[in-house]
Design a protein around this ligand. Structure first.
Ligand code: PLP
Length: 399
């Protein structure tokens, strides 16, 4: 039995469980098992929550990305820019669309795409950029959008980990998924709005793009059985929509709990003296030379803490910390151990031989600890105590 799991999906109250059972009963009695009113209501509620005009429930976050690319007509011969330090689906979907993923390095301050390195990656074949709002914090869209506009590129926000996250944008505070041509969300159970299975959503403020994606969600048939375009089966299961609707009402309470957990970790870990905050200009050299664990920096007005990621000075210490935490039965995961430009399946891309130093640096040194909303105070104390105890031994390991 894990003492502190990375995530426990079963910690809901008896009342909550009762609510899901009643929703399930009314679902099976409805006879509406494909799309229908529950999906439409969830779409409306998500559009309101994400402050976008339109949204479409789809089968997963992965399919949200693929459908967005297909609806924008991206394919063979095109290039699409994305960060290398992200979950595989971001680039996997570009590849599956027929386009070529072009990887850009990340910033250490927020783990998101480095806009300083963006323009170098743009060629005459570039059609789109997919920034990822990694771990629940938005990429710097204020810097990214003018570059995209200057080069006439589409922008698809991969907001799979960032529903409800907020960013500074043109002097306002805006929600993730509402800035680019499309926003893509995931309802994978580990996400802040997680379902009881796979699910996802795409958002847009453009009616034409919405209509195109809606048609392509059901094989591209419009009217039914008449196809001007090829789409797929990208529908959100209405059972998931039924169960996600009551969850959406709780999302801000849950996100607040995640933020409070992050604050508590910061307070406790800084007090131990073994940790320090990442700063906007912290360099990889400083981190490598230090004897500290670095804690995530908030670069945007609302980080939703889908993950709370520690950064260690070197890989040997990170791996040792992970091992010690595992021995103490504390869940801890590496997001992500291999940056995408180094993945075997992308070996044919020229980028596999290039170096993206910050993506590689973070992949070797990061480690996520439990942050889920129902984490108990004593569990956080136990995690911190174990990090503290482990770290003094770890520091004697050669780098
Ligand atoms: C950044 C990112 N993009 C895309 C996805 C794909 O979402 P899904 O697992 O719902 O297909 C995920 C989720 O795991 C993700 O974290």
């Amino acid at each position: 039995m894990t003492r502190v799991p990375l995530l426990d999906l079963t910690r809901f109250s008896v009342d909550e469980e009762q609510e899901y059972i009643e929703k399930f009963r009314s679902f099976i009695r409805s006879g509406q098992y494909i799309l229908g009113p529950e999906v439409e209501k969830l779409e409306e509620e998500c559009a309101t929550y994400c402050e976008t005009k339109y949204s479409l429930g789809v089968s997963s976050g992965t399919d949200a990305l693929l459908l967005a690319l297909m609806a924008l007509g991206i394919g063979d011969g095109d290039e699409v820019i994305c960060p290398s330090y992200t979950f595989f689906a971001t680039a996997g979907c570009i590849w599956r669309s027929g386009a070529k993923p072009v990887f850009v390095d990340s910033c250490l301050s927020d783990y998101n795409i480095d806009c300083n390195k963006l323009e170098n990656a743009i060629t005459e074949r570039t059609k789109a950029i997919i920034p990822v709002h990694l771990f629940g914090q938005c990429a710097d869209m204020d810097r990214l959008m003018p570059i995209a506009e200057k080069h006439n590129l589409y922008v698809i926000e991969d907001a799979a980990q960032a529903i409800g996250a907020e960013m500074h944008y043109q002097g306002e505070i805006r929600k993730a998924g509402g800035i680019g041509h499309f926003g893509c969300f995931s309802f994978f159970p580990t996400k802040n709005l997680g379902g009881f299975g796979d699910g996802g959503l795409i958002s847009t403020n453009d009616l034409e793009l919405y209509n195109r994606a809606k048609i392509m969600r059901v094989h591209g048939g419009e009217p039914k059985y008449y196809h001007q375009v090829v789409g797929g089966n990208f529908r959100l299961d209405p059972l998931q929509a039924t169960l996600l609707r009551p969850r959406l009402k709780k999302i801000d309470t849950w996100t607040k709990a995640r933020q409070e957990n992050a604050e508590f970790y910061r307070k406790l870990l800084l007090k131990t003296g073994i940790a320090e905050m990442l700063e906007p200009n912290t360099t990889s050299e400083e981190i490598q030379k230090s004897q500290s664990i670095y804690l995530p920096l908030e670069t945007q007005p609302r980080h939703i803490y889908n993950q709370f990621t520690l950064l260690l000075p070197n890989k040997a210490w990170r791996d040792a910390l992970r091992q010690k935490l595992a021995e103490a039965q504390i869940g801890c995961e590496i997001y992500y151990p291999v940056p995408l430009h180094k993945q075997e399946c992308f070996a044919s891309l020229a980028s596999s031989s290039t170096s993206l130093p910050m993506a590689e640096f973070a992949a070797d040194r990061s480690c996520a600890i439990p942050i889920f909303p129902d984490l108990r105070e004593e569990e956080i104390l136990y995690v911190v105590e174990n990090i503290k105890n482990a770290f003094s031994g770890i520091k004697s390991i050669g780098q």
